[in-house]
Design a protein around this ligand. Structure first.
Ligand code: DGL
Length: 273
């Protein structure tokens, strides 16, 4: 039996407070290059990591409404902070399926040999009930060093990933993990995968770094398949994936930083929500 063709070209919506969500977009595009995407960065309001739950709910709901108005078939919340704090609110109000992003605690606990794992995330994620539940469920027998990190996402937003400030911040945030012998470190903010080499350097060990990007892409694909909304064609085109980029901030700044993070030219448009 041949594959059933499906020409559902409605876009996959994806959003974050800023450029961090691009680390998830990369994995989605790798797995589903023929889909269309709409990416929203809420850079007027970055960082999300120190905002109240109420404020996060208000901001992310506006983005979801925008993505629904653009006819998205599914929305990927490429933000741990929003997922851990307000995904229930969004699920209750948004009429299309949502895929959340949570810190990869489960795979980290499973693969740890030392029985000590570190979690780096935003202050708000680190204190959230969402993360607490994940730790209770999946890392019950593991020592977890849970660190909320201020300012890291802001430095990624500037695009200057080799600034001394990043090394300073990372040394401070990873110190207790290093001392405790964590052999797996969870990157619990979508901005952090862009800092992998810097994090490796300050950890000064072979600790494994895990993020959720690939798992989210696989989950999104499965969900689209179940919905009968996965684009399936037999054509072996090599045409480039179509992504519409929007920012609530400065489009030329976003385009410059995103082009360098994705190593491919990006041209964003501005939206006010
Ligand atoms: N990248 C987001 C996350 O995964 C939010 C970072 C922020 O704006 O504080 O949590």
């Amino acid at each position: 039996m041949g594959t059933t063709l499906n020409t559902d070209k409605r876009p996959i919506g994806i959003f974050d407070s800023g450029v961090g969500g691009l680390s998830v977009l990369k994995e989605l595009v790798k797995l589903m290059p023929k889909e269309n995407y709409i990416f929203v960065a809420d850079q007027t309001n970055v960082p999300y990591g120190e905002k109240s739950k109420k404020e996060l709910g208000r901001l992310t709901l506006k983005i979801c409404d925008f993505l629904v108005s653009k006819n998205s078939k599914i929305i990927v919340v490429a933000c741990n902070t929003a997922t851990c704090n307000v995904i229930d609110i969004l699920r209750a109000k948004v009429k299309i399926p949502l895929v959340g992003t949570v810190p990869a605690v489960k795979p980290a606990a499973i693969s740890s040999r030392s029985g000590v794992i570190g979690i780096l995330s935003t202050p708000s994620t680190s204190k959230s009930r969402g993360l607490k539940k994940l730790i209770e469920t999946h890392a019950n027998n593991t020592k977890v060093i849970n660190i909320g990190c201020s300012d890291l996402e802001d430095t990624v937003e500037t695009g200057n990933l080799s600034s001394p400030k990043i090394t300073q911040l990372l040394s401070k945030y990873t110190e207790s993990m290093r001392i405790a012998g964590a052999d797996v470190v969870v990157l619990g903010c979508t901005h952090y995968p862009f800092l992998k080499p810097q994090i490796k350097r300050v950890l000064r060990s072979n600790a494994k770094l895990v993020d959720s990007g690939r798992a989210i892409a696989k989950h999104t694909k499965n969900l689209l398949q179940q919905m009968g909304a996965l684009f399936v064609s037999r054509a072996k085109t090599t045409s480039r994936t179509c992504v519409d980029f929007y920012t609530t901030g400065n489009p030329s700044h976003f385009s410059r930083v995103a082009s360098s993070l994705l190593k491919s030219p990006v041209r964003a448009k501005r939206i006010s929500l």
